[in-house]
Design a protein around this ligand. Sequence first.
Ligand SMILES: Cc1cc2nc3c(=O)[nH]c(=O)nc-3n(C[C@H](O)[C@H](O)[C@H](O)COP(=O)(O)O)c2cc1C
Length: 300
Amino acid sequence: MNTKVTIAGVELKNPVMTASGTFGSGAEFSEFYDLGALGAVVTKGVANVPWPGNPTPRIAETRSGMLNAIGLQNPGIDVFVKRDIPFLKKYDTKIIVNVCGKSEEDYCEVVERLADEPVDMLEINVSCPNVKEGGIAFGQDPKALQHITEQVKKRAKQPVIMKLSPNVTDITVMAKAAEAGGADALSMINTLTGMKIDIHRRTFAIANKTGGMSGPAVKPVAVRMVYQTAQAVNIPIIGMGGITNADDALEFILAGATAVSVGTANFANPYAAKEVAEGIENYMRRYQVEDIRDLIGAVR
Ligand SMILES: Cc1cc2nc3c(=O)[nH]c(=O)nc-3n(C[C@H](O)[C@H](O)[C@H](O)COP(=O)(O)O)c2cc1C
């Protein structure tokens, strides 16, 4: 039985990754299981300098999901390179570094800093709804997206995954712009902009007023966007949005995703990503699927 998939020449032992920002850099989760059970670990977004993030409260529960407006708090690339990469290198899994920035120059600086690091792929977050400058501005304008993709590609030594926002009218326009800019792969979806009001305090549940919605409630939107994008581009897609178990992950794969990421589910069940990988194998045994690649995009 083959569970290996290849993205931009990088072979993953199975198609299951963690979604950026929901798994730290793996340290806390390594107390629960061997990270070598996963195809890849995707780190929390890292910028050229430390970011403090947004004021609290910055997370809130919603029905079948959550809102967050962390604002990409991160220790900056220097600390990240010294602390997090050596930690992840101990495990037999691929390392994907999620990169954030406020300007093209910020993104490019981080990408250049990572050029000689033992990192397998870069995921460029142009889709965070919770930062005022940069971030989503690139992810909602196809010209800006194509341009930043070209700039990053010029400097990157590792394959580049562009992470797309669902907060657009037509995701395929953005997907094609990233592909035209030279992206090696796409990941989707980032969070959907939402709002929750605390009726007792009569104010916003999140200090930022709006937050990014994630978790099971967004899954049908995400599966639809992966399907549409798979029909529109020729580069691999990493699908995410509400994946809680292997059945959810298989929906994304059948819709056209080459790999999947588990995000919000990690908070409720620290074993979630590992269980998704195991559950995909069980499904393959049950239906006598010899090669996971036969499932990718099998539903048209
Ligand atoms: C608390 C939290 C923090 C996140 N931080 C990041 C981040 O730093 N970079 C990024 O690209 N996406 C970030 N995301 C988005 C997730 O990686 C993922 O795209 C989204 O949550 C949908 O997947 P899910 O429903 O499985 O969580 C974050 C999501 C959550 C819930």
